[in-house]
Design a protein around this ligand. Structure first.
Ligand code: SAH
Length: 386
């Protein structure tokens, strides 16, 4: 772990019964005046996206925000005269980028109180005639149009899938994105109808349209001692029950690339234009080969996103070898310390699923085995991102 960097987590949840956001509302002028001023700490607790702090962090993440800006500014041919839906608009930054390059109209949907600010920001920048801010959940709002040409969203959470906002993007895609339907009627040799093939292709675009999750393994003795084993003896007392919990929760932090011991393996690719909601739950095998003799304390997951429809392929990586982003990396500590020799492999699988009780949480199960000259282990560990 990088010295001095504190592990952080974005807390996100909707208000318990969601009764503060029932339907889409365009923010009225009177409402604007009171926007944000009457937020209570309870509002922020229930919905951290209502506070500007989290948006500041995201906007200042230049890897993230400048990639979106470049995608839009350098590929204005994609956006010009198009109807755009910004899913989870936040401060409306992506909507503003789109409006600036000539989108015909942008619907900026935001469920948190930040929608009020977005409305004000849109007005202050002279885009009220192009951008319509809709306050509400994408799943509950009504759009004034039947379909849109482009869906843009920054939906990625820690470990790519934490917060599960991807489902909201897929929901919007299936409901509003321009689709072409193909139908083939297959005839038998006697010209009787045998079967029908139907499929649909998105005519519209989803930005970004590809995401990929990767896995690697690291040496991390010092930090594991500090974050996990610390609980074994706290001022002479046994607090190892908390150690168990600290093992279960993956740690979001930035990993120094010097700690990487094995290759980095692609676990899962997602095609946002085509995938179904179920595709975000999966089991993927992995095989990590040690590039030197070392000890392994943890697996590390990270993701890439790409915009393959751009004139030149554009995207970014949140991996330890790339410039750090606010997503950092996700560290999953192993119960065992693996003594691995160069060329030896850790094999296993990772299962990722939405938590049944709280679909914004993620359950991760890792099976791993090493049968090496100096170490032989095989274990299954469960983690929960919450
Ligand atoms: N697009 C902004 C904000 C990205 S963060 C930017 O790039 O800076 C994701 C935003 O989506 C948050 O502001 C959150 O409140 C909002 N959001 C999450 N789920 C949503 C849903 N189902 N409907 C509408 N907004 C949602």
């Amino acid at each position: 772990m990088n010295d001095g960097k504190k592990a952080s987590k974005i807390k996100f949840s909707y208000s318990s019964d969601d009764n503060d956001i029932t339907a889409a509302t365009s923010v009225s002028e009177e409402e604007e005046d009171s926007a944000m001023c009457d937020q209570t700490s309870a509002d922020y607790y229930f919905d951290s996206y209502s506070h500007f702090g989290i948006h500041e962090e995201m906007l200042k993440d230049e890897v993230r925000t400048k990639t979106y800006q470049n995608v839009i500014y350098k590929n204005s041919f994609l956006l010009k005269d198009k109807i755009v839906l910004d899913v989870g608009a936040g401060t409306a930054i992506l909507s503003l980028f789109c409006a600036k390059v000539g989108a015909k109209h942008v619907y900026a949907v935001e469920c948190s109180q930040m929608a009020d600010m977005a409305q004000e920001i849109v007005k202050a920048n002279g885009f009220s005639n192009v951008i319509t801010v809709l306050k509400g959940k994408i799943e509950e709002i009504e759009l004034p149009v039947l379909q849109v040409d482009i869906i843009i969203s920054e939906w990625m959470g820690y470990f790519l899938l934490y917060e599960n906002m991807l489902n909201s993007v897929l929901y919007a895609r299936d409901k509003w994105l321009d689709m072409i339907f193909y139908q083939i009627l297959a005839l038998s040799e006697h010209y009787t109808l045998n079967y029908t093939l139907k499929w649909q292709v998105n005519n519209g675009l989803v930005l970004p349209d590809k995401a990929a999750l990767y896995l690697t393994a690291i040496e991390d003795a010092e930090y594991k001692e500090d974050k996990i084993d610390f609980w074994n003896n706290v001022y002479g007392f046994d607090m190892s029950c908390i150690r168990k919990q600290s093992m279960i929760e993956p740690l979001v932090d930035s990993v120094d690339q010097k700690q990487i011991v094995t290759n980095c393996q692609l676990l899962k690719t997602m095609n946002i234009s085509k995938m179904t909601m179920g595709d975000a739950s999966f089991t993927a095998p992995f095989k990590l080969t040690a590039e030197r003799d070392d000890y392994i304390h943890a697996l590390v997951a990270y993701f890439d996103v790409s915009f393959t429809q751009c004139h030149k392929l554009t995207g970014f990586s949140t991996g330890p070898k790339s410039r750090v982003t606010h997503w950092k990396q996700t560290v999953l500590y192993l119960e065992d310390v693996l003594t691995i020799c160069q060329g030896e492999t850790i094999t296993g699988s990772m299962t990722v699923a939405q938590n049944k009780k709280n679909p914004r949480d993620i359950d991760i199960t890792v099976k791993y085995a090493l049968s090496g000259r100096r170490c032989a282990v095989s274990r299954t560990q469960s983690y929960k991102m919450r």
